[in-house]
Design a protein around this ligand. Structure first.
Ligand SMILES: O=C(COP(=O)(O)O)N(O)CCCCOP(=O)(O)O
Ligand code: NA
Ligand SMILES: [Zn+2]
Length: 305
């Protein structure tokens, strides 16, 4: 059933588990994510970036909202990294039940003002809001303290920010970054900082840039002809620790992209005569579903629907 992001995330934070927000741009990803959620009896968030909205348009948004309504588990349809008030309004018009307004690159007062404006509009139509404070950036452990403070989420600022904006959940910067290159080796995650934020912010917390970029997936992608450099992601133990400290929503996109693309390359490579898209998109869909199921097990959301 289609529910708001807060309905899913409030329970997750209260009961100490995480819920995956998985990005989708097409039918196969949407099917894979929802099938995984139903099989695992797990709540789930279907996330569409502005790039996804542009790529898929109404074909994508209508499909995602309709399938979320029919799903046998709680599903929120979420605008990921909304960059403007107008973009959020479009998502609200499409029936989304969760929207992110990301003004983390602006100064504090601008972020507060713009987030507050989105909260008023979204709450007026029963939709909940994710905001962001701090800059997503992989940080080397030895980075100077003042530089970390400039980049990462300041706990006291976070408290004030949430009180002044009325946002429902908060994306925090504690050392993660988007994509396949999150730092040399194991990225440094500032758990003590997260603990301080969680003490001051009772709202569910969100972790962006959370993909694991598992080496076996990177190898499979390379073996199938893919080219990728020294890739690394967030260690599963760091995900579990972050959940225990208050992270309730975990964004995963890169791992799904790698799995899907590795399988398309592999299937096409093995079957040069094949030109029925179902024959190479189908196996790729299954690979995404397996990744989603394993992420749900890691987050502890299995059986929580
Ligand atoms: O935090 C994350 C994902 O983190 P990850 O890269 O670790 O999976 N996200 O918010 C997903 C970002 C998706 C970007 O989509 P476009 O390419 O359409 O702009
Ligand atoms: Na988001
Ligand atoms: Zn993100």
């Amino acid at each position: 059933m289609l529910v708001t992001g807060l309905e899913i995330l409030r329970k997750a934070r209260a009961e100490g588990y995480g819920v995956g927000a998985f990005n989708t741009n097409n039918m196969e990803f949407t099917q894979a994510i929802l099938e995984a959620a139903e099989e695992m009896k797990s709540p789930v968030i279907l996330a569409l970036s502005e790039g996804a909205m542009k790529y898929g348009g109404r074909a994508l948004t209508r499909m995602v909202v309709a399938l979320a309504q029919e799903a046998r588990v709680p599903v929120a349809v979420h605008l990921d990294h909304g960059s403007s008030y107008e973009s959020v309004l479009k998502a609200l018009r499409e029936g989304f039940t969760s929207v992110m307004i990301d003004k983390s690159h602006e100064d504090f007062e601008t972020n507060v003002r713009e987030t507050k404006r989105v909260v008023e509009a979204a709450h007026a139509v029963g939709v909940t809001v994710e905001a962001e404070l701090g800059r997503l950036a992989g940080i080397e452990e030895h980075v100077a303290v003042d530089e970390k403070d400039a980049l990462l989420t300041n706990p006291e600022e976070a408290r004030i920010f949430m009180e002044r904006t009325g946002a429902d959940y908060l994306a925090v910067a504690i050392g993660t970054s988007h994509g396949a290159y999150k730092g040399k080796g194991r990225p440094f995650i500032d758990h003590p900082r997260l603990a301080r934020i969680a003490k001051l912010v009772p709202a569910p917390l969100v972790l962006h840039g959370a993909s694991a970029v598992p080496q076996e997936l990177v190898e499979r992608f390379r073996a199938a002809g893919g080219e990728i450099g020294e890739a690394s992601g967030i260690h599963p133990e760091d995900i579990k620790k972050a959940i225990s400290l208050g992270i309730a929503k975990i964004n995963t996109d890169t791992d799904l992209r790698l799995a899907f693309t590795a399988l398309v390359r592999e299937t096409l490579g093995k079957n040069p005569k094949e030109f029925d898209p179902r024959k190479y998109l189908g196996p790729a869909r299954e690979a995404v579903k397996e990744v989603v199921k394993s992420r749900m097990e890691l987050f502890g959301s299995v059986g929580r629907a």
